[in-house]
Design a binder for this molecule. Structure first.
Ligand code: UDP
Length: 333
């Protein structure tokens, strides 16, 4: 199929582009390169552009004639969304509206959307199922939830339009052959920061809060390898192509690790006893956030391959060690 992938040069989008290529699809990545990199697009072609540019989007739809869209392009830094909510409502919500408008005008009926566990906010008991209360606690989560609602309403209004929204938990790790991985200039996620601390890029790793109501006092998250997540997208596309109805699915392994456990695993895997400082809580962090994943296993038949925190960290570490070389090789291109 011809699949248009917004944000295809970014961290998760590029892993999905790789898997789409492997599955034999014809891919066009559409990315403004604000956080993505052209070298990360391992399959198909890249159009560099802003999703808000309806003229370029229309031209791209007309020329490529996609049969399905996967939509990743978004701003994703939670604390930034609190200080600059309008950026998130424009980049995430308004641009999704624009994309839906284009899909409708061009009669493109299948969409796989990159959503977030942030739509649940602070789920009671720490485990979120798809039918748990939706109560985001920051503009990032709200921007994604509003996007989900818009596609839900479109699917009710237009019989030819169907979508799957995948709600990601904590995505980490990298391509096992270290060709792509997380390459944002400002790393905020725990696993990436831990391997950067091991590499010496930071002089220490802060643990944000040690007084949470969890077994060791630090937050518990459901870390999922990016290639398992990419595979969920391929299954979601297959599901829609074979007539599946619009739906939402959690993407997580169904169990979590505390920050201290991730730190210990990162030291073990890298062999570096990097410095760790116990710091204050970060605003808005739920103590526990773990996916209920029965639904995606049952309906999409998703079977994770990389449910192993050491392996996740190992792929992030291998990638981190290669990243500077890749950056310098592509500098000036
Ligand atoms: N965290 C931390 N130190 C860091 C980065 C993150 O202690 O340098 C904690 C953070 O407070 C949260 C967990 O690690 O409890 C996962 O955070 P991350 O930013 O990776 O993902 P989030 O759960 O916010 O989507």
């Amino acid at each position: 199929m011809r699949v248009l992938v917004t944000g295809g040069a970014g961290y998760i989008g590029s892993h999905v582009v790789k898997e789409l290529g492997r599955a034999g699809h014809d891919v066009l990545a559409y990315d403004d390169l604000s956080t993505g990199n052209p070298w990360a697009v391992l399959s198909g072609r890249l159009v560099v552009g802003d999703l808000a540019d309806q003229g370029l989007l229309e031209k791209t739809f007309a020329e490529f004639a996609p049969q399905a869209v996967m939509h990743f392009a978004a701003s994703i830094v939670v604390h930034e969304s609190v200080s600059d909510p309008v950026k998130y409502y424009l980049n995430n919500t308004a641009n999704t509206f624009g994309l839906l408008k284009m899909m409708r005008e061009k009669n493109v009926g299948l969409l796989v959307f990159s959503s977030t566990a942030g739509v649940y906010g602070v789920p009671s008991g720490g485990i979120a199922n798809e039918d748990s209360q939706l109560c985001p606690v920051n503009p990032y989560g709200t921007s994604k939830l509003m996007s989900e609602w818009a596609m839900r309403d479109l699917s009710l209004a237009v019989p030819g339009f169907r979508y799957v929204a995948l709600r990601y938990f904590n995505v980490a790790g990298a391509d096992p052959s270290s060709r792509i991985g997380e390459a944002q200039k400002e790393a905020t996620h725990l696993v990436t920061r831990a391997v950067k601390a091991a590499k010496g890029e930071f002089d220490r790793l802060d643990i944000f809060g040690t007084d949470y109501p969890t077994p060791d006092g630090t937050c518990v998250r459901d870390y999922i390898h990016v290639d398992d997540l990419a595979n969920a997208h391929i299954l979601a596309l297959d599901y829609l192509v074979s007539g599946g109805r619009s739906d939402v699915f959690n993407c997580g392994y169904g169990h979590g690790f505390s920050v201290r456990e991730v730190v210990a695993a990162s030291r073990r895997v890298t062999g570096v006893e990097f410095k760790v400082v116990e710091a204050r809580r970060r605003f808005g962090d739920p103590p526990v956030l773990v996916a209920g994943n029965r639904k995606i296993r049952d309906i999409l038949k998703w079977t994770p391959e990389f449910d192993d925190i050491d392996y996740i960290i190992k792929t992030a570490w291998d990638w981190e060690l290669k990243l500077d070389l890749i950056r310098s090789r592509h500098a000036g291109n």
